[in-house]
Design a protein around this ligand. Structure first.
Ligand SMILES: Cc1cc2nc3c(=O)[nH]c(=O)nc-3n(C[C@H](O)[C@H](O)[C@H](O)COP(=O)(O)OP(=O)(O)OC[C@H]3O[C@@H](n4cnc5c(N)ncnc54)[C@H](O)[C@@H]3O)c2cc1C
Length: 225
């Protein structure tokens, strides 16, 4: 419920978000290229509705960045121009957090799909936020590991969405929460700043453990990339 409630509160207290216009669209096309700026209403219809068909948004624009740098540029521009944004992964969430409350821009992570690699000594795998849980688990299995998370929506839900909802699932009792099994994150803040806590070392007791803030934050504090 968190993400939706937080955004609803935000909507109540800041009523001055801009509606997307042609100038904005042109800038998004410059950043992402035409094919990753989606205005087709048939495509958008799927992303304006949640899995349970309970929540309905009215977004007229979906952006599909492929890199962290592109996410950063998009968010910085939206921030400067007071354009509201809702991050979306596989859109399998059951509490409406991935659905626009109104006409927010949908920032889809589905095109960020690379698995960066696996360190077989530490057992740490690094991947983009838009990889599905099933794809990541298949990759890990090929390397004689498993992802310590499994749930019914694995074919569609994304790692970024799993982290942002602090998903539980059927391996929870054995392996614990994502607060313990996520070793690091790359996150883009609303102003475009990139925070990188990706670390190949499991034991890291230096300073604040910033990544914990983003696990379960439903995209309210930044976009996990
Ligand atoms: C059949 C089925 C079974 C399920 N079983 C379980 C279960 O066992 N346990 C469980 O916990 N959940 C379960 N769920 C719920 C859902 O699958 C999880 O919440 C999943 O983690 C959502 O991932 P997603 O990629 O679909 O995220 P989305 O639904 O797209 O988004 C969920 C939230 O995260 C935010 N978000 C998405 N991606 C990012 C990102 N990259 N950065 C920042 N914010 C982001 C969105 O804004 C939204 O607030 C189930 C759902 C279904 C349909």
């Amino acid at each position: 419920v968190g993400g939706r409630s937080l955004r609803r509160l935000c909507r109540v207290s800041c009523c001055c978000f801009a509606s997307v216009n042609e100038t904005h669209l042109n800038r998004f096309r410059e950043i992402l290229g035409d094919r990753d700026v989606v205005t087709d209403s048939d495509v958008l219809a799927v992303h304006n509705q949640d899995w349970l068909k309970q929540y309905h948004g009215k977004s007229s624009l979906m952006l599909q960045p492929r890199t962290t740098e592109a996410v950063s540029k998009v968010l910085a521009y939206c921030n400067d121009n007071r354009i509201s944004v809702v991050p979306q992964g596989g859109n399998t969430g059951l509490v409406g957090g991935s659905i626009p409350l109104g006409d927010e821009v949908i920032l889809s992570l589905l095109k960020m799909r690379q698995i960066r690699g696996i360190n077989k000594t530490s057992g740490i795998v690094t991947c983009d936020a838009g990889i599905t849980l099933e794809e990541l688990n298949n990759f890990c299995r090929e390397n004689a590991f498993i992802v310590p998370l499994d749930l019914g929506a694995k074919g569609s839900c994304t790692i970024g969405g799993n982290i942002s909802t602090n998903a539980g699932g059927i391996r929870f009792l054995r392996y614990g929460t994502l607060h313990g099994t996520v070793s690091g994150l790359e996150v883009v803040m609303a102003n475009g700043e990139i925070i990188n806590t990706l670390d190949a070392l499991r034991k890291d007791n230096t300073g604040y453990d910033l990544k914990q803030l983003f696990i379960g934050a439903e995209g309210s504090l930044g976009v996990v990339t």
